[in-house]
Unconditional design. Structure first.
Length: 69
């Protein structure tokens, strides 16, 4: 994780939105290494996760890592 942003830092157990910027290095079954970056947005309602959205910056690398290319 690189950065974590919280919409309301005082909303303990309440409704909130978190954004996490991240970098990852993955190795597929063939042993090829892939690097990627992205942002994950997490929506909380009464302290429970109700939605998670991932925004991957290089989706072509993800497709290749999963063997879809």
């Amino acid at each position: 994780m690189k950065n974590v942003c919280v919409e309301n830092i005082f909303a303990f157990g309440g409704t909130n939105v978190l954004a996490v910027e991240w970098d990852v290095v993955l190795t597929n079954q063939g042993g090829k290494e892939f690097q990627n970056s992205g942002v994950t947005v997490i929506t909380l309602d009464k302290g429970k996760v109700v939605e998670v959205r991932d925004y991957v910056f290089d989706h072509e690398q993800v497709k290749e890592a999963w063997g879809e290319k």
